[in-house]
Design a protein around this ligand. Structure first.
Ligand SMILES: [Zn+2]
Length: 224
C-alpha cells in the first residue's frame, strides 16, 4: 500500500470514528449503562435480533435508499424525532406509516385541514402542530423537486458531495424544520454522509454493499 493510500485510509478511519461517535447519540441518554457506548453499533450489541434498534441498525441504518417515498419517510421521522428519542420513533413507526398513507409524497402533499386535524388527534404518532405542518409543507417541496429533477434521490445525488455544513445550509433553504442534527442523521442514515457504522461493526460491509453515495467519493472523506 502506498503512503498516500495509507494516509487516505487513516483519514477515512478517523472520519468514520468521529461520525460514529456522534451518530444517534440521543439514544444513549436512556441506557443507564455504567459506561457510555462509543457508537450506535456498540450500543445495540446488547439487544437481541427482535429489538427495534437492532432491526434498524442491522438492515436500514447507513444503507442506500432508492425509493423517494422511503427517503421522504426518513426525513419526516427524523423531524418528528427532534427533542425525543429514536426509540419512540421506531416504536411508533407503523403508526406513522398508517397515519401518513405510507408516506406517499403526493398524498401527503395534498393533505387539507381535515387531515391536519386527524393527525393532531392521532395519539399513535407525535401530536406536534409544527412537525405535522412541516411534514405537509415538505411533501410539497419534495413534489416540486421531483418535477424539477426527476426524483428526490436525483436532487440529493446532484448536490452530493457536500460537507455537513453545506448540506445543512441547503436543507434549511429548501425545507422546513431541518436543523443540523436532523439533516446530519437523515444524510448519514441514507448514506450521503459517512459514519453510520464503525468499520469493526459486522453490518459495515453490508451497508457498503448497498452502495451508499459517500463511499463513492473516498477523496471527499479525508477533506471533511
Ligand atoms: Zn453498526
Amino acid at each position: 500500500m502506498s503512503r498516500k493510500a495509507r494516509k487516505d485510509r487513516k483519514d477515512k478511519n478517523q472520519t468514520l470514528r468521529f461520525f460514529a461517535s456522534i451518530a444517534r447519540h440521543k439514544h444513549f441518554e436512556q441506557y443507564h449503562m455504567a459506561e457510555k457506548p462509543k457508537s450506535y453499533c456498540e450500543a445495540v450489541e446488547q439487544y437481541d435480533s427482535s429489538n427495534v434498534h437492532r432491526m434498524y441498525h442491522d438492515s436500514k441504518y447507513g444503507f442506500r435508499i432508492e425509493e423517494d417515498d422511503k427517503l421522504f419517510e426518513l426525513l419526516i421521522l427524523e423531524i418528528f424525532q427532534a427533542g425525543l428519542s429514536w426509540t419512540t420513533i421506531l416504536n411508533k413507526r407503523e403508526n406513522f406509516n398508517h397515519a401518513f398513507h405510507c408516506f406517499d409524497i403526493s398524498k401527503v402533499a395534498a393533505y387539507q385541514e381535515e387531515d391536519r386535524q386527524r393527525l393532531l388527534n392521532d395519539a399513535g404518532i407525535i401530536r406536534n402542530r409544527l412537525k405535522i405542518d412541516a411534514a405537509i409543507h415538505n411533501a410539497n417541496v419534495v413534489l416540486q423537486l421531483k418535477r424539477e429533477f426527476g426524483s428526490f434521490g436525483k436532487w440529493l445525488d446532484q448536490n452530493h458531495p457536500r460537507s455537513k455544513q453545506e448540506w445543512v445550509k441547503l436543507f434549511k433553504q429548501t425545507f422546513k424544520f431541518t436543523g443540523g442534527e436532523i439533516v446530519n442523521e437523515f444524510l448519514m442514515s441514507c448514506g450521503y454522509l459517512p459514519g453510520a457504522h464503525i468499520e469493526d461493526c459486522p453490518v459495515y460491509k453490508d451497508a457498503i454493499k448497498s452502495n451508499p453515495p459517500w463511499f463513492k467519493n473516498p477523496a471527499f472523506i479525508g477533506n471533511f
